[in-house]
Ligand binder design. Structure first.
Ligand SMILES: *Cc1c(COP(=O)(O)O)cnc(C)c1O
Length: 513
């Protein structure tokens, strides 16, 4: 172990913190600080940064139950981002969780049908990506200052719909940054596309590609690993960073709301201190559920982590069999943000259950990029007992929306519906009566058409914005700002490209010859 690798450092207030450093999942090179990991996004060897240990919550659950969202955010994030000062972190948190959110509690809990829906969609773009992407730009700029970075930061992002807009909203107009977003031209909802292509800000660039999300993500990864391009960028005064969920600056803020949800339930007397909860997460890239797993490992009383997939059920099969196999048909569903066959963040879990063995993990990841599949050992499978995986078909998800609305008058979006449907299967199978939180990842207004058609097929003849008004009436909820804004907004981004043109597009936008 290198000198000072796990040194304890004294913070100004006199508390003793164990410094957390970040290592790549693919090599045993020198670990980097949190701010360096945020700046780099992805490690040079193609690996993901992981904390060298998962810190334990240093406030009791009852102390946490008296805290606001911002206070909770500080308590969680300070444990992971140990090279940020208290002032730096608190400034980032203040700038992120402000009036961009339409409620002071930031992440409200709604009880319906015997479960708690944790509404993570009250930010600027009405999907859970806002929870992390409203703070990432501030973490990134702070990290750049701390590391004397002079280059302009270029955020390169592949999106299955929601990340793109949330990242654009987070970075638009932020000095010292530019952002380029690639999305699958025919793989996002009309409202998602409209949200992105109407984005204002001279530092923003939105490009549709002919291909699916995995194509976009693979293309972006290649650009990140392109040494020649990196040199040209450096010469022109640019460097890449990532706003994708592989950035630990995305992952860490997502841990916060699980801690916050538990603390809220405790303060409202719904839980006894220490009582365990289940968490259900509609999953695509495995970022959100990984954050819940980290929360559990920090000491939050979580029993099962229920991983819900749609028809692209590669994760369900993985939990069933121990074999991850992306060689299958890619299905376009009504929960497009979960239409993913390569769940990037799973690599962090694989690394951990491989005993933090970079060599073993690299072997598996090479098999994934080579043959499109890998299989974990029996010993590794035993480490997955915290997880339960299942999936919901299109019609199961649709029926769940309809049934919940008819029983409780509560309307959920298509992604949350996948989670609720999977939870139904879990309960039926296990009879587990543990109190359960479902991560509600998008506002129903973001997927209005699919949601309304699930409730009643008669809505299929209506126009998109008519449906928006109808949904507001039916659910007795007001139309979010994010939707009002795009009713009349002008399309500002019209570029569409082939998969092999992504590099040219980037160079053109940055005016690199
Ligand atoms: C991104 C997204 C998901 C999937 O989250 P991951 O962290 O990629 O697993 C689920 N639902 C919605 C609405 C999303 O935007």
């Amino acid at each position: 172990m290198p000198d000072g690798y796990e040194k304890t450092i004294e913070k100004t207030k006199g508390n003793l913190f164990m410094e957390v450093l970040y290592k790549s999942t693919r090599s045993d090179g020198t670990p980097v600080t949190a701010s360096q990991a945020i700046l780099k996004g992805l490690s040079e060897d193609g690996g993901l940064f992981v904390p060298d240990h998962i810190p334990t919550l240093d406030k009791s659950l009852s102390e946490l139950s008296n805290m606001t969202y911002k206070e909770t955010a500080y308590e969680v994030m300070k444990l992971f981002l140990t090279d940020f000062t208290e002032e730096e972190l608190k400034t980032c948190i203040d700038k992120a969780y402000d009036s961009k959110f339409d409620t002071d509690v930031i992440a409200p809990l709604v009880e319906a049908d015997g479960v708690y829906f944790l509404e993570l969609f009250h930010g600027a773009t009405i999907a859970f990506k806002d929870m992390a992407l409203s703070i990432l730009p501030h973490l990134l700029i702070t990290a750049a200052k701390k590391n004397q970075v002079k280059n302009e930061i270029v955020i390169l992002t592949a999106t299955s719909g929601d990340t793109g807009k949330a990242a654009l909203a987070g970075f638009a107009g932020v000095e010292g940054t530019r952002i380029i977003v690639f999305y699958p031209k025919n793989g996002v909802s009309p409202i998602q596309e409209k949200q992105m292509v109407t984005q204002k800000g001279a530092n923003t660039h939105v490009v549709g590609i002919h291909g699916n999300f995995d194509d976009a993500q693979t293309g972006v990864k290649q650009l990140f690993n392109d040494r020649e391009l990196a040199k040209e960028m450096e010469k022109a005064g640019f460097q890449f960073s990532s706003a994708n969920s592989i950035n630990i600056g995305r992952l860490v803020p997502q841990i916060v709301y699980y801690v916050y949800a538990y603390a809220r339930l405790l303060s409202e007397g719904e839980l006894k201190e220490g009582e365990k909860i289940n968490v259900v997460v509609p999953t695509g890239n495995f970022g959100n559920i990984l954050a819940a797993y980290y929360a559990k490992n920090m000491g939050l009383p979580i029993e099962k982590l229920i991983c819900a997939s749609n028809d692209n059920k590669v994760l369900y099969d993985f939990f069933q069999t121990g074999a991850y196999d992306k060689n299958r048909e890619f299905v376009l569903t009504t929960s497009p943000s979960m239409d993913i066959l390569i769940s990037s963040n799973l690599e962090r879990l694989i690394y951990r259950i491989a005993g933090n063995d970079a060599g073993k993990n690299t072997e598996l990841m090479n098999a994934l990029s080579g043959e499109g599949k890998y299989e974990i050992t029996e010993v590794m499978r035993k480490e997955l007992l915290d997880f339960y995986g299942n999936f919901a078909t299109e019609s199961e998800a649709g029926q769940t929306i309809k049934a919940l609305f008819e029983r409780c008058g509560y309307i959920i979006d298509t992604h949350t519906a996948v989670a609720a449907a999977v939870y139904g299967k879990y309960k039926k199978e296990t009879k587990d009566g543990t109190k359960t939180v479902i991560a509600s990842t998008a506002s129903p207004f973001k997927f209005t058409r699919s949601v309304m058609e699930a409730i009643d097929p008669k809505y299929s003849s209506m126009e998109d914005f008519e449906l928006v008004d109808e949904l507001a009436k039916l659910g007795n909820i007001s139309v979010p700002n994010a939707i009002e804004e795009i009713r009349t907004a002008q399309v500002l981004h019209k570029t569409v490209c082939e998969r092999n043109e992504m590099k040219t597009i980037v160079k053109n936008f940055l005016e690199i010859k």
